[in-house]
Unconditional design. Structure first.
Length: 251
């Protein structure tokens, strides 16, 4: 198990990519703090899956757009296991498809807080501990939308995810001297509750038609790449954002 004795904190881990990531990290030996905001049942399922496989995990409700709640989440993880070695910033959402004509200042601020500000708050809460040990891995979950501008009504979301791509590089430069690696992962069309909520069947089929591999990805396929980035196998990688999209975007 490549992550034995490591402690991981995964935000937004009650479904989809976050849930699959928590399970995959635990499978490789990590103890996992499962963050959620609304979906307590999903978070409990994540922990149940981990524990049935012999792993160790616990749930913690926190709104990662709020500094105080991020602080309590981090402290609860440290109180339980003494440290945080791996931070996966997965929390994020489109919330709704909004064109420019439909855009409100409140919606814009919500999108930026959930998809970008939350990463700043979580990294700020853990980086000094990682730096003191000269070891740590931070993985930011961005999106193909940050590369191509997103689908209909997703411009604000795409802007936030594009900002996260750039912030990942900036953090990587700043934290590299402390032995902390910062990488990103940019999923393409992945079959998760995200698309169940926001992509009608006709839209989803159009997305599929543009994927060279001819299908949507799975949350598990994304999680496996996150595990790689968190592992010693990626010890000379930082500032990189890995595309996991079936060839939909090539750079």
């Amino acid at each position: 198990m490549v992550l034995k004795d490591q402690v991981a904190l995964v935000t937004g881990a009650s479904s989809g990519i976050g849930q699959a990531t928590a399970v995959a990290l635990a499978r490789e030996g990590a103890r996992v703090a499962v963050n959620y905001l609304k979906n307590a049942r999903g978070a409990d399922k994540t922990v149940e899956t981990v524990c049935k496989a012999g792993g160790d995990a616990f749930t913690f409700r926190a709104d990662v757009t709020k500094s105080a709640e991020v602080g309590t989440l981090v402290e609860a993880t440290r109180k339980r296991w003494g440290k945080i070695d791996i931070l996966v910033n997965n929390a994020g959402d489109l919330l709704a498809r909004r064109t420019l004509a439909e855009m409100t200042e409140e919606y814009w601020d919500q999108i930026m807080a959930l998809n970008l500000k939350s990463v700043f708050l979580c990294v700020r809460a853990v980086w000094e501990e990682m730096a003191a040990r000269k070891n740590g891995s931070i993985i930011n979950v961005t999106s193909i939308a940050g590369r191509n501008g997103g689908g209909p009504g997703a411009a604000a979301y795409a802007a936030a995810k594009g900002g996260l791509l750039t912030y990942t590089k900036g953090l990587a430069k700043e934290l590299a001297p402390y032995g902390v690696r910062v990488n990103g992962i940019a999923p393409g069309v992945i079959w998760t509750p995200y698309h169940e909520r926001y992509s009608p069947p006709d839209m989803f089929q159009k997305y599929l038609a543009s994927i060279p591999l001819g299908r949507a990805g799975t949350a598990e396929e994304v999680a496996e790449v996150i595990v790689f980035l968190a592992s010693p196998a990626a010890r000379y990688m930082t500032g990189e954002t890995v595309e996991v999209n079936g060839g939909m975007w090539m750079d």
